[in-house]
Design a protein around this ligand. Structure first.
Ligand SMILES: Cc1ncc(COP(=O)(O)O)c(C=O)c1O
Length: 385
């Protein structure tokens, strides 16, 4: 039996052996509570500060601006709720988010709408990018916060965050960027983006699950959403997850070291997959902008087919893929991202997301396309009969 091919790296990535080693050593040697004043506590604190510095350096931030959380979902919640709770609602209560945000952002904004926030959705074009003209018109002096992701988790399309950041600055609105999918794959610089808050998650870059961080620009008015022991300068209470944080730091170190080579390798794999799929399969399209996309993301749309059927058929052949975002794939309907892009239903229902990773090889790509050619042909033949 041929080896499995894992093409669901946007959902999560396998932990790297070096990361696992760092975590094991940390469990053995730095297990003490990092808040403790004894030497063992200081050792754990030291490990955490090394990871904090590595992560800060990777996004051109100061280590003091990194706040550890349990992952992307918590970071998004802390950014949006934290800003809202401390804001002066009399002068600013508008929160803008793009129509294609992850549910961690969308549902948090919906929650705040029930508490008086004026929530507005920024539309996207058929290429999957926020319509910059519309966004710039809606962001004004009444805007408290804008939340736009760096790249989308379904399409992989990179968003115009630098333009949005500049507009936020002009109107003194705070800017939050969910960089969970971009971090470690493409360059990220909080100064270039001019963002005040930026969410990151470790498990998307070969680190452990259940750990991430929120970058909070110095001076950003934000209230905690978890109350307790006052860790992380009172912004995020709870005993720090030393092992997770150390694993996160190691994963970032590796991502940064291999950045250019891995980016180039993934881009050529991605382009080969797209080229072969578009030329060898009938009625298939690449979803979203072909150029401004993550190096590891290929979302294909199969006209008239069901994404879930494609995922299950691929699974039978040992290829693991996704029909959309892992977090929403239980919903039977067309994803909110494809709806916002105006993708016709007969194409949107046939969405298949293939996300490549460190372990993906050229022969994996070829085996996947060969499988898809056969699967699409067989299902379409069945539909005709
Ligand atoms: C864009 C984006 N934001 C947030 C999250 C949530 O991150 P986590 O799984 O670390 O909570 C995800 C996870 O898929 C994501 O893709």
């Amino acid at each position: 039996m041929a080896e499995h091919i894992y093409l669901d790296n946007a959902a999560t990535t396998p932990i790297l052996p070096e990361v696992l080693d760092a975590i094991r050593i940390c469990y053995e040697e730095s297990f003490a509570n990092p808040s403790a004043i004894h030497t063992a506590g200081a050792k754990a604190r030291h490990e955490i500060s090394k990871a904090r510095a590595t992560i800060a350096h990777a996004i051109n931030a100061d280590p003091e601006e990194i706040f550890f959380t349990s992952g992307g979902t918590e970071s998004d919640n802390l950014a949006i709720q934290g800003v809202w709770f401390l804001s002066d609602k009399a002068s600013r209560k508008k929160i803008c988010h793009s129509a294609i945000e992850h549910h961690a952002v969308l549902d948090t904004c919906m929650f705040l709408a029930k508490h008086g926030a004026e929530v507005q959705s920024l539309p996207v074009g058929p290429d999957g990018k926020v319509l910059i003209g519309e966004a710039l018109e809606r962001i004004d002096n009444q805007t408290l916060l804008v939340s736009v992701m760096h790249s989308n988790n379904e399409t992989g399309v990179i968003q115009p965050t630098e333009e949005i950041g500049a507009t936020c600055k002009k109107h003194v609105a705070l800017f939050h960027v969910d960089a969970v999918q971009s971090f470690g794959k493409i360059p990220l610089d909080v100064e270039k983006i001019q963002c005040d808050l930026l969410s990151i998650s470790a498990h998307k870059i070969y680190g452990p699950k259940g750990v991430g961080c929120l970058y909070i620009r110095e001076g950003t008015p934000i209230s905690p959403i978890l109350h307790g022991g006052g860790q992380e300068k009172g912004i995020r209470s709870g005993t720090l997850n030393t092992q997770g944080i150390v694993g996160f730091g190691k994963a970032v170190e590796i991502a940064i070291n291999d950045f250019a080579a891995e980016n180039e390798r993934l881009t050529s794999l991605r382009d080969r997959l797209v080229r072969r799929a578009l030329s060898e399969i009938e009625d298939v399209a690449l979803c979203g902008d072909a150029k401004d996309r993550l190096p590891n993301n290929v979302q294909l749309l199969f006209k008239g087919l069901e994404g879930e059927t494609l995922v299950l058929e691929l699974d039978r052949l040992g290829v693991f893929a996704s029909s959309g975002s892992a977090c929403s794939s239980e919903s039977k309907d067309v994803s909110h991202v494809l709806q916002a892009m105006g993708v016709p239903r007969e194409w949107a229902r046939g969405a298949l997301r293939l996300t490549l990773g460190r372990r993906t090889s050229f022969s994996d790509v070829d085996r996947t396309v060969d499988s898809l050619v056969r699967i699409a042909r067989n299902i379409r033949k069945l539909y005709k009969n």
